[in-house]
Design a protein around this ligand. Structure first.
Ligand code: AMP
Length: 245
């Protein structure tokens, strides 16, 4: 992990990346759909006080609202394909301009292509910043497919809790433990779209992984037992340890 490029305008406490207000980090979660990157990003956001920015969530919000962007995005998402780079880069650029993203962010699902990674590097560079750490979750395909087919997500976007009807069910079926909202199945969580999504990930991730490895920020994490109850916790600890190194 590179130690240069850290912020100097903050009170440094426990370690160089932890400030009184939280962490100062640009984190990118990499991993196939269903690898647990979304769940990990959410917990990590709570622990680090950084905003969790998921391009998938942003698109789903637009789809729900029925906007033009939502309609366009849905035509790709429903097939398991990537939304075009220009569209995706624009929404991320806009989101990174918000005040809450000033100190740092946890990006989940972005970048997915080298073009997006290069655009992100430029956006950050303009602010005198850079990507600090890129945890990559490696989980076997069979675990992923099984997970996605049993995935249920809270319909309340403020909550967005993720369940697995097999391994991590909600207490009351179809109802979120945390906020009581209905649980829904993502429209792209069907077998056909999953196959495409995994292929698309495999195709693009090789270059992305090489790109961040070369920059010295990649941390590859292979959870020992990805379906174990404490797996997310173990992954989080590994990431927090890597941040402190
Ligand atoms: P996710 O919730 O991250 O699995 O994303 C769901 C879907 O949204 C993906 O399968 C893509 O169709 C689309 N999407 C999300 N992020 C991106 C991105 N960075 N680039 C292109 N498409 C994206």
């Amino acid at each position: 992990i590179k130690n240069d490029g850290m912020e100097t305008n903050c009170m440094v406490t426990k370690n160089k990346r932890e400030t009184k207000g939280g962490f100062v980090m640009k984190i990118i979660m990499l991993g196939a759909p269903g690898s647990g990157k979304g769940t990990t990003a959410k917990v990590l956001a709570e622990r680090t006080n950084l905003p969790h920015i998921s391009t998938g969530d942003m698109f789903r919000e637009q789809i729900k609202k029925g906007t033009e962007l939502g309609k366009l995005a849905n035509s790709y998402i429903s097939q398991g394909n990537l939304v075009p780079d220009e569209v995706t880069i624009n929404i991320v650029k806009d989101r990174l301009g918000w005040e809450d993203a000033e100190n740092g962010v946890i990006l989940d699902g972005f970048p997915r292509t080298i073009k997006q990674a290069e655009a992100l590097a430029l956006i950050l560079q303009e602010k005198g910043k850079q990507v600090d750490i890129v945890p990559e979750l490696v989980v076997p395909d069979q675990v992923i497919i099984d997970r996605i087919l049993n995935r249920a997500t809270c319909s309340n976007k403020e909550c967005g809790a993720i369940y697995n009807t097999k391994f991590k069910p909600s207490k009351v079926p179809g109802v979120c433990d945390k906020c009581g909202s209905a649980l829904v199945t993502r429209t792209d969580d069907n077998e056909e779209a999953i196959k495409t999504r995994l292929e698309v990930y495999r195709e693009n991730s090789k270059d992305l992984i090489a790109y961040y490895k070369e920059k010295g920020v990649l941390v590859t994490i292979t959870p020992e037992n990805p379906n174990a109850e404490n797996s997310t916790e173990q992954v989080i600890n590994t990431i927090l340890e890597a941040i402190k190194r």
